[in-house]
Design a protein around this ligand. Structure first.
Ligand code: SF4
Length: 255
């Protein structure tokens, strides 16, 4: 385990019971840890999270560059931490192939969590692919609902978001209460930039999605992802043509 040069609290306020709001003491404790971890490295944040919440700690990954960086770190800190992928049925084959590379390299088994319907069943139910007309509904059905079930029994989840990715993400704390999923949310890379992430991947020869070398800086499902031009924002290729910028996992509303 990576050394954690910061003490974690020995007695922490009780985790909110089902259906109850977190107590002010609980939220204050998270805020205190978050403030302290602002200057910590991602590895130190992960080590703190693993020490405090494992085995009730989980992480959702779509195998983006940030997720791959965290998986590399977890491989050194605690490869037993639960990791899952929201397998919508619409992912690129290149994304699915990364799962095997990660398993071979780090011994981390990424569990694939699927919706209750196959793509064929879902599209038959809706008279065709609704990502073309109502991507919010599609993301809700094939990601949010699946995530809600996947995190049952866990106390904390990790995200690979960076504050500089979007206005929505700019306010994410290192550690906070995720009201939407009723979990402690830990964002070890909140303070990292895109350059930090890519330097880390290249320095450590971390496996990453080959589509990144073909003009796709941000990769989601294939119908909702396109390559971007040199001067475009890194997330401009997601849900291109819609106002939508997030699948809803990292927003505060209930979309
Ligand atoms: Fe559906 Fe697109 Fe959302 Fe994937 S990203 S779940 S295809 S709307």
């Amino acid at each position: 385990m990576t050394a954690v040069p910061m003490p974690s609290s020995v007695e922490s306020p009780a985790f909110p019971a089902e259906g109850e709001d977190p107590s002010p003491e609980f939220l204050a404790d998270l805020a205190q840890h978050s403030a302290r971890l602002e200057t910590a490295t991602p590895q130190q944040i992960l080590a703190w999270a693993a020490e405090r919440y494992f085995p009730k700690l989980t992480m959702a990954t779509a195998f983006g560059p940030e997720g791959c960086a965290i998986l590399h770190m977890l491989g050194e800190i605690n490869p037993q931490v639960h990791v899952f992928n929201l397998d919508t049925g619409y992912q690129f084959q290149e994304t699915l192939d990364l799962r095997d590379k990660i398993a071979q390299r780090y011994g981390i088994h990424v569990e694939m969590k699927q919706p209750e319907t196959t793509v064929a069943q879902y599209e038959a139910q809706h008279g065709g692919p609704i990502y073309k007309t109502n991507p919010d509904q599609c993301c809700k059905d094939r990601k949010i609902v699946v995530l809600r079930k996947a995190v049952i029994g866990f106390k904390a989840w990790m995200s690979a978001i960076r504050r500089d990715q979007s206005a929505d993400r700019a306010i994410v704390p290192i550690v906070g209460w995720d009201k939407k999923f009723r979990l402690v949310k830990i964002s070890p890379l909140a303070n990292w930039t895109k350059n930090n992430v890519w330097k880390f991947l290249l320095d450590h020869d971390v496996p990453y999605n080959p589509l990144h070398d073909q003009g796709y800086p941000s990769i989601g499902c294939w119908p909702c992802t396109r390559a971007v031009g040199l001067n475009e924002d890194e997330r401009a290729g997601r849900w291109s043509g819609f106002q939508k910028t997030e699948c809803g996992l990292h927003t505060h509303d209930d979309k």
